[in-house]
Design a protein around this ligand. Structure first.
Ligand SMILES: Cc1cc2nc3c(=O)[nH]c(=O)nc-3n(C[C@H](O)[C@H](O)[C@H](O)COP(=O)(O)OP(=O)(O)OC[C@H]3O[C@@H](n4cnc5c(N)ncnc54)[C@H](O)[C@@H]3O)c2cc1C
Length: 300
């Protein structure tokens, strides 16, 4: 099918590694994908990763933002129509086709297949209004706001026991923090990070936080960084009534990435089908593209 008059074979929402991989494969398979990305650039969470991507055996020494640049280049080389700054607010199913809506769309793109690749956002400390998540000294999740923080001479508390918590604790130490203390109810981070943080800098077990006073266990800090994991970005898909996994991500068929709604696929971190990283997100994109190709050929 040619992609004119707003008709495509598949609309992919989300321009991180999962969405880009799916779009590039669909284009290479001869189908007409449209990729829609909320932000002004391609790359998803990779764009916010200033560190080297040591998890990818094919990219030694390459940074997350370079991975994001490569994703954008791949999309361009596959000539995939792409809409940036195009946050999708809602999706609808009508007469066997899916349409997407958002404030940036003058038209209504439509396609028989829809791929959700919208990733995750950092979980905060509950209701942001109640906890003042934007308060001075409180940084939730990794990314540009951590890079922008001046850690020199600061007393830093890091809440969480996963990779992000430990990696960012090391980042603050490397940026001149006077002290860094990690509070972890359980320690799940990769040993490569745990080994680098001195044992005395990690407090394991339960703890109490006062984000207004910036204290943890009554100890005062200048900066508290929160790494409590992630939740799926899927509010816009509410009209589809998709089933969720036990962990709250979009439930999918293992072999095709199809959701509980026929014709809708969910890939990458929004579905958390495998350990979340760039490689598994790319693989998920291929899985959905091949499943869509099989469906298109079966219908033709
Ligand atoms: C600091 C940091 C370091 C990391 N380091 C590594 C590493 O070294 N190696 C590694 O393999 N992985 C790493 N990761 C993880 C990796 O970046 C993610 O697993 C991967 O980016 C997930 O890809 P995704 O496509 O599922 O989602 P994302 O990358 O999150 O992309 C989702 C995209 O969807 C868009 N979107 C969301 N909602 C909407 C909407 N309503 N409308 C339109 N678009 C929308 C978002 O803007 C985003 O661009 C790191 C992550 C972080 C944060």
């Amino acid at each position: 099918m040619r992609a004119d008059n707003g008709n495509y074979d598949a609309i992919i929402i989300g321009g991180g590694p999962a969405g880009v991989s799916c779009a590039v494969w669909l284009a290479r398979l001869g189908l007409a994908p449209l990729l829609i990305e909320a932000s002004e650039s391609i790359g998803g969470l990779c764009r916010r990763n200033p560190y080297t991507d040591d998890w990818n055996a094919t990219l030694p020494g390459v940074s997350g933002s370079q991975v994001a640049d490569n994703l954008a280049l791949s999309l361009e080389q596959a000539a995939v129509p792409t809409r940036l700054s195009g946050r999708v607010d809602s999706v609808q199913r009508q007469s066997g086709e899916f349409t997407v809506m958002g404030p940036a769309f003058a038209d209504t793109p439509r396609a028989p297949y829809l791929v959700l690749a919208t990733g995750v956002r950092a979980r905060g400390l509950g209701d942001p209004a109640a906890f003042g998540a934007t308060a001075q000294g409180l940084l939730v999740g990794p990314g540009a706001h951590v890079v922008a923080q001046d850690f020199r001479g600061q007393r830093v508390a890091v809440l969480g026991g996963g990779d992000n918590a430990l990696e960012n604790a090391l980042y603050a130490l490397g940026r001149g923090a006077a002290s860094v203390q990690v509070y972890a109810r359980s320690l799940r981070a990769q040993q490569q990070f745990v080994r680098q943080v001195a044992p005395g800098r990690i407090t394991q077990g339960s703890y109490t936080v006062d984000v207004r006073a910036l204290t943890v266990n009554d100890q005062a800090y200048d900066v508290i960084m929160v790494f409590y994991g992630w939740e799926p970005c899927m509010e816009f898909a509410a009209p589809l009534g998709l089933q969720r996994s036990q962990q709250g991500f979009i439930a999918t068929d293992m072999y095709t990435a199809q959701t509980s709604c026929a014709g809708v696929y969910a890939i990458g971190e929004v579905a958390q089908r495998q350990h979340p990283c760039v490689v598994t997100a790319l693989a998920d994109g291929v899985t959905a593209a091949k499943a869509i190709q099989a469906r298109v050929e079966a219908v033709a």
